[in-house]
Design a protein around this ligand. Structure first.
Ligand SMILES: [Zn+2]
Length: 145
């Protein structure tokens, strides 16, 4: 088994300080939770891709995600600690957070300090004023990881 046979998946990295960014308003469906996400680069930037992953949870939730620093995800109503969370597998490294009222899948965040700590996986489907059809998507073969 060689690492070179692993499918490519985009790993989150902290944005460069010089990269342009844009703040987006996001909310769950029922409005119990609202939050602002500073995306870097902006979603309409040619270099921005949103990730569509085929792993068991992304496939079911229809996540279209970008990565943001935890500090760039600011809840304006409710708090991430008040979202319901879901983990699976024998050694979960990521918790998936959703609204306990409407079920909207908002974000996922690492619960393993050695696994992309400080980054939040943000579902751009919750963003206001974003036309999903215009986004450049990138497929991630998370199912095979
Ligand atoms: Zn809700």
């Amino acid at each position: 088994m060689s690492d070179t046979t692993k499918p490519e998946i985009t790993l989150p990295t902290a944005p460069d300080a010089n990269t342009a960014s844009q703040k987006y308003h996001a909310s769950c469906h029922c409005g119990s939770f609202t939050y602002d996400v500073t995306a870097s680069p902006p979603l309409d930037d040619p270099s921005c891709t949103v990730t569509e992953c085929n792993c068991s949870i992304c496939a079911r939730n229809g996540y279209l995600f970008i990565y943001a620093l935890d500090a760039n995800v600011q809840f304006t109503k409710g708090d991430i600690s008040e979202l319901r969370s879901y983990t699976f597998g024998p050694n979960p490294r990521v918790a998936h957070y959703f609204c306990g009222t409407c079920g909207a899948s908002c974000v996922a965040r690492s619960i393993d300090p050695d696994f992309f700590a400080g980054m939040t996986c943000v579902n751009v489907r919750m963003f206001e004023g974003v036309d999903i059809k215009t986004l450049k998507t990138k497929f991630a073969d998370g199912k095979s990881l």
